[in-house]
Design a protein around this ligand. Structure first.
Ligand SMILES: [Zn+2]
Length: 335
């Protein structure tokens, strides 16, 4: 439980019963991500505290409700923590990431021995984990679905020069997926260990500690600016700078969100006379989850390289103190 900002407590509860149409999963691997860290630091408007905590996980089904036919106890399962209602206006218009009941019905509590997964997720966004996929790889389904959705919305030209701002887990996942698709990717970011990790994964990686990002991007793109840019840092300063870092006719994607009340401004001329296009992908659709599942099942990306540390569930509070202090990238929590 996240009891208040920067305070995590382990609570003892009896094992949950499967919800109607749902299953209970014994968590074998859970991951931390940037959203978890932001929530840990300042809370989250959609997660009033105290709250169950953690949303990226993979494990084994240990109980199923009457009538569930797609899983039996003993099956290893990969799923995400949301599923659209399939009935609201947005679901009917194939924008399921905006579903009225997506976030209200979000499943939290991956940092636990067991988690009860509701019917809707079991039916729409859960898969059997292939035997040669590890639980840790399986836990990447949710973050990878976010990145697949981001790339679908960006829709880059085949050989586009793409600048990624930020070398955290999402920046590197974007880099791996776009490079695999044949794009010319450069990741810009600060921490030396992350610059080095991206480099060791075969990604062009520029340390912006000393070099201004603007100049570094112009230098990489013959002075034009990037064909496309993906903002993965979630800072207002870089949101405002982003439209000036792409070429005329280029695309800016605001992947990392800002606090809801934040206002940002751009030069209007960049959007009109220079035809800079802005997109802001949020969450994912079932089709993105399916595509992410296929990538993991093919073992197409070196996902486990993004895991910098592993902790037991007992050490969860320590793990978040370390993340809060700026250590590492994604942490693996193994109950
Ligand atoms: Zn809906």
């Amino acid at each position: 439980m996240l009891v208040e900002p920067r305070r995590i407590e382990l609570h003892e509860e009896s094992s949950p019963a499967p919800p109607p149409g749902g299953v209970v999963v014994r968590v074998r691997a859970a991951l931390t991500d940037g959203t978890d860290l932001k929530t840990y630091r300042r809370g989250h408007p959609k997660m009033p505290m105290p709250t169950r905590f953690g949303h990226e996980f993979c494990g084994d089904v240990i109980a199923v409700a009457d009538g569930v036919e797609s899983f039996v106890p003993g099956d290893a399962v990969m799923c995400v923590h949301t599923a659209p209602c399939a009935q609201c206006y947005w679901c009917r218009h194939k924008q399921e990431e905006l579903c009225d009941d997506l976030i209200p019905a979000m499943l939290l509590g991956a940092y636990a021995d067991c988690i009860a997964v509701p019917k809707r997720i079991v039916e729409r966004n859960a898969f059997h984990k292939p035997p040669d996929v590890t639980y840790t790889e399986g836990a990447f389904l949710e973050p990878l679905a976010c990145v697949v959705h981001s790339v679908v919305m960006l829709a880059p030209e085949p050989d586009a020069a793409i600048a990624i701002l930020g070398n955290g887990g999402f920046g590197i996942l974007h880099g791996l997926l776009l490079q695999r698709a044949g794009h010319n990717v450069t990741i810009f970011g600060r921490r030396p260990e992350r610059v080095e990790l991206a480099h060791s994964l075969g990604l062009r990686s520029i340390d912006t500690s000393n070099a201004p990002m603007h100049e570094a991007i112009l230098q990489q793109t013959g002075g034009r600016g990037a064909d496309a840019l993906i903002e993965c840092t979630g800072t207002a300063e870089l949101w405002e700078a982003a439209p000036s870092l792409v070429r005329r006719g280029g695309t800016v994607s605001f992947f990392a969100g800002l606090p809801a009340e934040t206002r940002v401004s751009f030069l209007a001329a960049r959007l009109h006379y220079d035809e800079v296009r802005l997109v802001a992908p949020f969450h994912f659709r079932p089709s993105d989850v399916r595509a992410a599942f296929d990538l993991i099942a093919e073992r197409a990306l070196p996902l486990t390289r993004l895991v910098s540390h592993a902790y037991s569930l007992d050490q969860i509070a320590t793990a978040f103190r370390e993340l809060d202090a700026g250590t590492g990238l994604k942490f693996l929590i193994e109950p």
